[in-house]
Design a protein around this ligand. Structure first.
Ligand SMILES: CC(C)(COP(=O)(O)OP(=O)(O)OC[C@H]1O[C@@H](n2cnc3c(N)ncnc32)[C@H](O)[C@@H]1OP(=O)(O)O)[C@@H](O)C(=O)NCCC(=O)NCCS
Length: 214
């Protein structure tokens, strides 16, 4: 049975597997990777800041939360699905779960992502992220240090951290709230503000019959 769970200390035994999956996939894609040690992944699990997917004692999916700039920004990182389980909708479920967990743990924070991956761009859009320039993301040096392992890091440096090959995406809870309430206002506009009484409807129908002979 496949279970999608908020991680806890009982999952620490899977930290090495998570790192191996990440490493192997980075080698295959020929991309660089933000270095994560098994100890770092284990800590995220112990803190309940990660989602694990387990199929009968086998770890098959993972993602974790990092916070920056005094918890004003949050990133959902390290998304990985075991190659044997890809293209079955698992990443979509993990992204939803880690997003919901981020909203629960950091309700005020802006959630952001930088990626070149089409799957992640698509999943982020579904969750309400919008593309932004890097100036909208955290300016926490520790976050950007994570890019040092990437083969494109020189491009980021040459552009003074303003742009690179990744697309920046941001979910801003304040802006989302405003957009949602504008949408519901528009929906209200479409509801007739005055509901007619049955008596009035009968009268209108009678007049229509007179005009159109129905
Ligand atoms: C990227 C990854 C997480 C996708 O996992 P998955 O479980 O196969 O994805 P899903 O089945 O949930 O697919 C979600 C959507 O992404 C699309 N998608 C999945 N893999 C894709 C790929 N390699 N390229 C383009 N689109 C992809 C799917 O078609 C689907 O969209 P649709 O429903 O509109 O058709 C997985 O391939 C992986 O672990 N890759 C290596 C690590 C990685 O790249 N992580 C992301 C770092 S930014």
């Amino acid at each position: 049975m496949i279970e999608i769970l908020v991680a806890n200390k009982s999952h620490v035994k899977y930290a090495e597997t998570v790192c191996s999956l990440m490493y192997e996939s980075a080698l295959k894609r020929g991309t660089g990777i933000a270095k994560r040690s098994p100890e770092y992944i284990a800590k995220k699990m112990e803190e309940g800041k990660a989602i694990v997917v387990i199929d009968d004692e086998r770890l098959i999916g993972f993602s974790y939360i990092e916070s920056w700039q005094h918890k004003r920004f949050v990133a959902n990182s390290g998304l990985i699905v075991d190659p044997d389980y890809r293209n079955t909708g698992l990443a979509r479920k993990i992204k939803r779960a880690i997003f919901d967990l981020s909203r629960e743990l950091y309700p005020e924070a802006k959630i952001f992502s930088i990626t070149t991956g089409l799957a992640v761009l698509k999943l982020n859009s579904e969750l309400g992220y919008v593309p932004v320039t890097f100036s909208e993301l955290t300016d926490d040096d520790d976050f950007w240090k994570g890019c040092e392992g990437c083969r494109n890091y020189h491009i980021l440096q040459e552009n003074d951290r303003r742009m690179c090959l990744c697309t920046g995406m941001l979910y801003d809870p304040e802006k989302r709230k405003a957009a949602d309430s504008a949408e519901s206002d528009n929906a209200m506009d479409m509801i007739p503000y005055k509901v007619l009484s049955p008596k009035r409807i009968a009268k209108l129908k009678k007049n229509l019959r007179k005009i159109h002979l129905i």
